[in-house]
Design a binder for this molecule. Structure first.
Ligand code: NAD
Length: 365
């Protein structure tokens, strides 16, 4: 089976880290996996070429492939552009038109980096959890919203937390599906003690469990208690599913348990396409890092780990994903570091990190 992939390197360090991903893709290609890779522009690079941060033709391509892999967008040279053509609008258009409602942020602790965590070694070592955040609804989108001036001259700011049955059920299904490929446990987080939308969230997640995924273990937790548990004993969790607002906070907390921005991948998934695979975009959590762009200092691992997620969740190549993640573990265990994770010690360049990963993959092949 051929896996189709659209690569959008973007701006700043995006093209630098993506170059290393391409080498990894070529390596797996040489081992017999079949990829149909196309590449296009997004963000500032697309604005420079077409006057907008994502062309209609690129959008069409994104809709047609099994997965999109994006580097990063943005940079100071685009700061003064009109809001409608800012680089980030390209990213938002992809998320919106592909209707990517489930944002997946893994928090995985690589053994070799456990000492860099702010948590104690035994709390963090071996951590492997996945936060599924609802991405297209909730308080960031609900109406009414706005700032209104009152008769007495004071002002009121309003945002509305709003969720429908369908919005909750579809993201719950994404979480249960993921749990089946992992530790078979889902913990749903909301504030059902003080919010009606939280009561609905809890009831609907329970409904999806009881009717469609009774074999997966489900628990519920208030989001504030969940935040405490995440830093107290994160290994109790496998998959956490939560709404847009709580997910924004909880995924950042979970991510930082494990270290640097340069190590954090993500995926955003939508509804299944005709071929049964979900619409999907994979991207590192970091931005375009203009402060280090062009210097060979970028850590390519977040982007390479995003490709590993594509292997697992879009291409059903779980064994290849395991192989790639294991190679990264071994490279880190050997003390090979880019500057961001070197703790002031010796470090390698972006492409040398790519060399090291390829060399390790070669040993395991
Ligand atoms: P950033 O993530 O680009 O950088 C934050 C810090 O982390 C910087 O010091 C940077 O050097 C470092 N860093 C980030 N990724 C790294 C990597 N792979 N290896 C080593 N160090 C790394 O965030 P920022 O500085 O706030 O934003 C810079 C630009 O990126 C802005 O234009 C912003 O809008 C954009 N941005 C884009 C995305 C995206 O494309 N998804 C996300 C966040 C920010």
């Amino acid at each position: 089976m051929t896996h189709s992939l659209l690569i959008l390197p973007g701006d700043g360090i995006g093209p630098e880290v993506m170059a290393e991903v391409r080498r990894v893709i070529d390596w797996f290609g040489a081992q017999g996996l079949s990829f149909e890779v196309s590449e296009d522009l997004v963000g500032g690079a697309a604005y420079d070429a077409h006057g907008k941060p994502l062309s209609d033709a690129t959008m069409e391509k994104a809709q047609a492939v099994d997965a999109v892999l994006l580097g990063a967008v943005g940079g100071p040279q685009y700061d003064d552009l009109d809001f409608s053509v800012k680089p980030e609008r390209g990213l938002l258009r992809l998320r919106k038109e592909m209707d990517l409602f489930a944002n997946l942020r893994p928090a995985v602790c690589f053994d070799a980096l456990a000492a860099d965590s702010s948590l104690k070694h035994d709390v963090i070592a071996g951590l492997d959890i996945m936060i599924v955040r609802e991405l297209t609804s909730g308080v960031y989108f609900g109406e009414p919203r706005g700032i209104t001036e009152m008769n007495d001259g004071s002002r009121v700011g309003v945002n509305t937390q709003r969720y429908t049955t369908d919005e909750i059920r579809r993201v719950a299904r994404s979480a249960f599906e993921l749990a089946k490929k992992r530790g078979n446990k889902v913990c749903s987080m909301e504030k059902a003690n003080v919010m009606e939308s939280g009561i609905l969230w809890r009831e609907e997640v329970q409904w999806v469990h009881d009717n469609e995924y009774p074999e997966v273990e489900l628990s519920h937790m208030y989001a504030d208690a969940g935040a405490m548990q995440l830093v107290r004993w994160p290994k109790q969790f496998d998959v956490i599913v939560t709404d847009n607002l709580f997910g924004d906070l909880l995924s950042d907390v979970a991510a930082m348990l494990t270290g640097s921005l340069g190590m954090l991948p993500s995926a955003s998934l939508g509804a299944p396409m005709a071929n049964g695979k979900p619409k999907a975009m994979y991207e590192p959590v970091h931005g375009s890092a203009p402060d280090i762009a062009g210097q060979g200092l970028a850590n390519p691992l977040a982007c390479i780990l995003s490709f590993a997620m594509a292997l697992r969740y879009s291409f059903n190549e779980g064994a290849a994903a395991d192989q790639l993640e294991a190679a990264i573990q071994r490279v880190l265990a050997a003390g090979i570091r880019t500057k961001d994770i070197a703790q002031g010690g010796a470090f390698v360049s972006t492409s040398e990190m790519g060399d090291a990963i390829l060399a390790e993959l070669g040993k395991g092949a």
